[in-house]
Design a protein around this ligand. Structure first.
Ligand code: FAD
Ligand code: FES
Length: 252
C-alpha cells in the first residue's frame, strides 16, 4: 500500500469475477491486508491505458477483500469486465465520506446499480441490529443481481415484484413501516423524490450522489454540486465532501 495525505493505493489481486445479472458483474479484489471501509465510500480503479480512474461504491468488504457490483458502460468497465482471477489491479481508496448510520428504524432505497452501496449499508445496519427495510428497483427481472439481500422489489415492467419505479412506493412504505430515517442511492430522479418525500414526512434522508469524476480526491473540482450551507448556496465536491449528502441540503 502507498499512502499519501490523500491517497491510499493498493495493488490488489482479483479473487472472483462473475456476471450476476444480464448487465452487471461482481468482482472481488484482495488488497492483501484488512482495510476498514464505511458504507457509502468508494474505490477508484485504474483501468489500463485510461488516464482517469473510474469510481465504484464498495458493495462488500471481507477483511480487505473488497467487492464491487458494476455495469459495463464504456472502456473502463469493459477493461474491468475482461479481468481474470489472479490478475492484479491498481485501486485507490476507500475514499469519500460515508452514510452517517443512526440507531433508527431505517428505510433503504436502491435503484439500478445504486443497490451496491445500499447493500453494504444493510450489512452494517444488521451487524448493529438496526431494524431496516430495503426496497430496490430495476428495469426488469433480468437486471436484478443474484444474491442481493432485498426485502421488496419493483421493476419498471412488472416482471418481478411490484410494477413501476421505487418512487411510487416510498410514501406507502413510510405509512406502513414508519421508518425514522431513509438512506438512498440511484438515479438523480430517485434521490430527489426520496429527499422531497422525506421532507414532507419530516424524516431525515441521506443520499449517495454520483457525478462523473476526474481526480477523485477533491482537487480538480470537476464533480461539484450545489448545496445549501448556513442558508447560502455553496459548491461541494461529490468525491471528497460526498458522495453522501443530506437530502435537505442538496440543491435539486
Ligand atoms: C461515487 C460513485 C460511485 C459509483 N459506483 C458505481 C457502482 O457501484 N457500480 C457501477 O456500475 N458504477 C458506479 N459508478 C459509475 C461508474 O463510475 C461509471 O459507470 C464508470 O466510471 C464508467 O466508466 P467507463 O470507462 O466504462 O465509461 P465511460 O467511457 O467513462 O462512459 C460511458 C458512458 O457512461 C457515462 N458515465 C460515466 N461515468 C458516469 C457516472 N458517474 N454517472 C453517470 N454516467 C456516467 C458517460 O457519460 C458515458 O455516456 C459510480 C460513480 C460514482 C461517482
Ligand atoms: S473529481 Fe476532482 S474534485 Fe471531485
Amino acid at each position: 500500500m502507498i499512502t499519501t495525505e490523500h491517497k491510499k493505493i493498493y495493488k490488489a489481486k482479483v479473487e472472483t469475477i462473475k456476471q450476476v445479472s444480464v448487465s452487471s458483474y461482481f468482482i472481488e479484489i484482495n488488497c492483501g491486508m484488512p482495510i476498514e471501509v464505511k458504507a457509502g465510500q468508494f474505490i477508484s480503479i485504474y483501468c489500463d491505458g485510461l488516464t482517469l480512474r473510474r469510481p465504484f461504491s464498495v458493495y462488500s468488504n471481507n477483511n480487505g477483500k473488497i467487492g464491487i457490483l458494476f455495469k459495463e458502460r464504456g472502456k473502463g468497465t469493459k477493461y474491468i469486465k475482461s479481468l481474470k482471477t489472479g490478475d492484479f489491479i491498481d485501486i485507490m481508496g476507500p475514499v469519500g465520506n460515508c452514510f452517517n448510520i443512526q440507531n433508527k428504524k431505517s428505510l433503504l432505497i436502491g435503484a439500478g446499480i445504486g443497490v451496491a452501496p445500499i447493500s453494504f449499508l444493510k450489512t452494517k445496519l444488521e451487524e448493529k441490529n438496526i431494524a431496516n427495510m430495503f426496497i430496490a428497483g430495476f428495469l426488469n427481472k433480468n437486471e436484478i443481481p443474484n444474491e442481493i439481500n432485498v426485502d421488496k422489489y419493483c421493476t419498471d415492467d412488472g416482471s418481478f415484484g411490484e410494477k413501476g419505479s421505487v418512487i411510487n412506493y416510498i410514501e406507502e412504505i413510510i405509512k406502513e413501516y414508519k421508518p425514522q430515517i431513509i438512506y438512498a442511492c440511484g438515479p438523480l430522479v430517485v434521490l430527489k423524490n426520496a429527499a422531497q418525500i422525506g421532507e414532507k414526512y419530516n424524516i431525515e434522508v441521506q443520499v449517495a450522489m454520483e457525478k462523473v469524476m476526474a481526480c477523485g480526491i477533491g482537487v480538480c473540482r470537476g464533480c461539484v454540486i450545489d448545496i445549501i450551507k448556513d442558508g447560502k448556496t455553496v459548491n461541494a465536491t461529490v468525491c471528497k465532501d460526498g458522495p453522501v449528502f443530506n437530502g435537505s441540503e442538496v440543491v435539486w
